[in-house]
Design a protein around this ligand. Structure first.
Ligand code: IMP
Length: 476
């Protein structure tokens, strides 16, 4: 990353206007390309952090996933949930890109654009990669069929997908049956591609009429055509000009199809490596990889979650944290911060800093547990690498370290933090954050303490980078 990245002489140092309270320096050069990655199981408030950092970006790119995402952003008194559009579309002067790695439902995309426009919230512009794949209603039908089949086979729940058709759309993509936006806007190619796609699904009896689908897609393709572009050259040009790009993660590292808790994962790569493949930006152009983690943990859907807490405490976190799925409305499972998984995610993604969100939700608790290791069913202990088999991970017993709690985030405290910056954060919270940084060897750079745009505080760059070699979390 930064070591091998070439320097752009035209880049100016923007430190002072993004971080006016900061006395730290950024080495005299502005950031150009940042990746924002969810460090847990999704829903870490990546949308809020992306929106915050987008104030200084020219491009925000969604690099994977599709309508399974639900990025919640508060703009003044308005609450916005974006599903397929990149957060940048809410800001003037920013282009939101639906990147090549996405699977996009075009009808839902049109509705999302229309809804934002109706609310006068569409300030940026939109481009859609010609290489992004088209997700269709038939993929949703397949998703439902697969979930049903899995439940029947296992006698229990399926994977708990969002039922938005994500798995089947990626299967068509990698099986090379897929329809891309490049073809969606070419009526001469559409018929042939749809015929092939339909021929690949003899097992589905309730497919919608192909002729009717073709007619609908031609119309949608015609309307979206002006926005369908070769997005990689646009981004390469932006890099040449020294402009700022954010690669906006959706889903999260522990839902990665290879590195997550397989098979309870999504079908894409929501990691920093996946963001590069999903945007067409090469690795040496990356400046920063920001991992977003809550101060606790949540998971929606089925799958292992070692630090899950039930009972009254689980209910408390759900209620105070508003932990309800933004896409499906499902209640999220809640639990404590898990450093085994966080160290793993840090290593996997190469986080250069953390944004820690929702610290206010834990305000007022007497103590805050953090899992620092697991005892596995064979009697062994691990600290930094979870078992690959989901059933083993589900049986892991977390070893907790307990931290003193911090005060309630009342309006007076929030006001002090807004005025004075990170110095006003309560001491017990600072100790908690320091522990997180030392254990993962990743500095905490941003802390979010509420949903509003101005409730994010900058901690300083590298301020918590530990130096002791003895703290290596990778030895277990
Ligand atoms: P799919 O992505 O709809 O196939 O769902 C696979 C798994 O990923 C399920 O457990 C979903 O609940 C989870 N998932 C997918 N997208 C998100 C997200 O944006 N936030 C949290 N969980 C997600």
């Amino acid at each position: 990353m930064r070591r091998c990245r070439r320097q752009f002489p035209s880049v100016i140092d923007i430190t002072t206007h993004i971080y006016p309270n900061s006395s730290a320096t950024h080495g005299g050069r502005a950031t150009t390309v940042r990746v924002i990655v969810g460090a847990q199981f999704g829903d870490e408030a990546k949308g809020k952090i992306t929106d915050f950092l987008a104030s200084d970006a020219q491009y925000v790119v969604r690099t994977g996933g599709g309508p399974n995402a639900g990025h919640t952003i508060h703009v003044g008194d308005e609450k916005v949930v974006l599903h397929q559009l990149a957060c940048g579309v809410l800001r003037r002067g920013v282009t939101g890109v639906c990147g090549p790695g996405m699977v996009v439902n075009p009808a839902q995309l049109e509705s999302e654009i229309q809804a934002l426009d109706d609310r006068h919230l569409l300030h940026g512009s939109i481009v859609i990669s010609e290489r992004a794949h088209v997700l269709l209603t038939l993929h949703q039908l397949e998703d439902a069929w697969e979930e049903q089949t899995r439940s029947n086979q296992s006698g229990g729940a399926g994977l708990g997908t969002t039922q938005r058709g994500i798995g089947p759309a990626y299967r068509d993509r990698y099986g090379r049956w897929g329809l891309r936006f490049a073809e969606l806007v070419r009526p001469d190619l559409l018929e042939q591609r749809l015929e092939l796609l339909y021929a690949s699904k003899p097992y589905l009896s309730n497919l919608p009429s192909r002729e009717e689908l073709q007619r609908q897609l031609s119309e949608i393709g015609g309307r979206l055509a002006p926005q369908v572009r070769a997005t990689e050259p646009i981004l390469w040009g932006a890099i040449e000009r020294g402009e700022n790009i954010i690669l906006e993660g959706a889903q999260s590292a522990l839902l990665d199809v290879d590195y997550g808790t397989y098979p309870y994962v999504t079908s894409s790569h929501p990691t920093s490596a996946g963001a590069l493949v999903g945007s067409g930006i090469p690795p040496q152009e990356l400046d920063e990889v920001i991992g977003v983690t809550k101060a606790y943990a949540t998971r929606v859907g089925v799958g292992p979650f070692p630090t899950e807490v039930g009972g009254e405490m689980g209910e408390y976190l759900r209620r105070v944290g508003g932990e309800q799925g933004a896409t499906t409305g499902r209640p999220r499972r809640c639990g404590w911060l898990d450093l085994v998984l966080l160290k793993y995610a840090s290593r996997l993604n190469g986080f250069t800093s953390f944004a820690v969100t929702k610290v206010d939700v834990l305000g007022g608790l007497d103590e805050v547990p953090v899992a620092v290791g697991y005892r596995l069913s064979d009697g062994s202990e691990v600290e930094a690498y979870p078992p690959a088999i989901a059933e083993e991970l589900a049986k892991a017993t977390p070893v907790y370290r307990r931290f003193a709690g911090w005060p309630d985030f009342n309006e007076r405290l929030r006001e002090r933090i807004r005025r004075e910056g990170a110095h006003a954060l309560p001491d017990p919270l600072r100790r908690f954050l320091e522990f997180l940084a030392v254990q993962t060897r990743v500095p905490v750079e941003w802390v979010s303490y509420g949903p509003r745009r101005d409730e994010t505080v900058w901690m300083g760059r590298g301020a918590r980078t530990p130096t002791a070699a003895s703290l290596s979390p990778w030895s277990s």
